[in-house]
Design a protein around this ligand. Structure first.
Ligand SMILES: CC(C)(COP(=O)(O)OP(=O)(O)OC[C@H]1O[C@@H](n2cnc3c(N)ncnc32)[C@H](O)[C@@H]1OP(=O)(O)O)[C@@H](O)C(=O)NCCC(=O)NCCS
Length: 166
C-alpha cells in the first residue's frame, strides 16, 4: 500500500459537498459498492443526504483533496444530542473513494474529524456502523471505540475518552 504524503499532498478542509457534488456522489457510491445495504443508492437521495449533513453542521463537513478533486468526506456534528449529552460528538458519515482506500486517507480524515469535535467541546464520540462492515469497525476500535449497542443492522460504537489521548 502506498501512503499519501500528508504534508505535501493531502488537503483536508471544510467544504460544502454540494459544491463538489459530482465527485463526492461518485466517491460515496464507489465506497459503498460492496456495502450497499448501508447506503443510499440514487443520486438524488445522496444529494439530499449531503444537504442534510451540510445543514446539520457546515464547517464539520471535512473533505479530503489528494489533488484538485475531492475523494473522501467525514461529517461531524458537535450538537447532535445537546439535550441529553452535550459532550457527545456524532460522526454521521465517513467514506473514501474505493480507488483511494488503503493509502491512509481514512485515518487522516478520521483524526481530523475527532479533532474538530474536540475543538468544539466534545469529550465523547459516537457513530453507527453496519454490522458486517468489519473493516470500518476495526478502524474505529483502533481509535478506542467500543460497541455499546445494536439496532437492527446498525452497531453503535463510542469512544468515551477525550481525543487526543492525554
Ligand atoms: C472505512 C474507510 C473510510 C477507511 O478509509 P481508508 O482510506 O481505506 O483507510 P486507511 O487507508 O487510512 O486505512 C485504515 C486502516 O484500515 C485498513 N483498511 C483499509 N481498507 C481496508 C479494506 N478494504 N479492508 C480491510 N482493511 C482495510 C488499513 O490497512 C488500515 O489499517 P492500519 O491502520 O492497521 O494500517 C473506507 O474503507 C471506506 O470508505 N469504506 C466504505 C464506507 C464505509 O464503510 N464507511 C464507514 C461507515 S460507518
Amino acid at each position: 500500500m502506498t501512503s499519501v504524503n500528508r504534508e505535501e499532498k493531502l488537503v483536508i478542509r471544510p467544504a460544502n459537498p454540494l459544491e463538489h457534488e459530482q465527485a463526492l456522489v461518485e466517491a460515496y457510491q464507489s465506497a459503498y459498492e460492496e456495502l450497499q445495504e448501508y447506503a443510499y443508492r440514487r443520486r438524488e437521495e445522496i444529494t439530499r443526504y449531503f444537504e442534510w449533513l451540510w445543514r446539520r453542521c457546515g464547517n464539520g463537513v471535512l473533505v479530503a483533496f489528494p489533488n484538485s478533486d475531492p475523494v473522501a468526506l467525514i461529517a461531524c456534528d458537535p450538537n447532535w444530542n445537546m439535550a441529553e449529552d452535550p459532550l457527545l460528538g456524532e460522526l454521521h458519515e465517513f467514506f473514501v473513494h474505493r480507488d483511494f482506500q488503503g493509502r491512509g486517507i481514512g485515518r487522516a480524515l478520521f483524526e481530523a474529524g475527532l479533532r474538530f469535535l474536540s475543538d468544539h467541546g466534545c469529550r465523547r464520540y459516537a457513530l453507527w456502523v453496519g454490522e458486517r462492515n468489519e473493516a470500518a469497525q476495526r478502524l474505529y476500535e483502533r481509535y478506542g471505540f467500543q460497541r455499546t449497542g445494536q439496532v437492527g443492522i446498525w452497531v453503535r460504537m463510542e469512544r468515551s475518552e477525550p481525543w487526543p489521548p492525554a
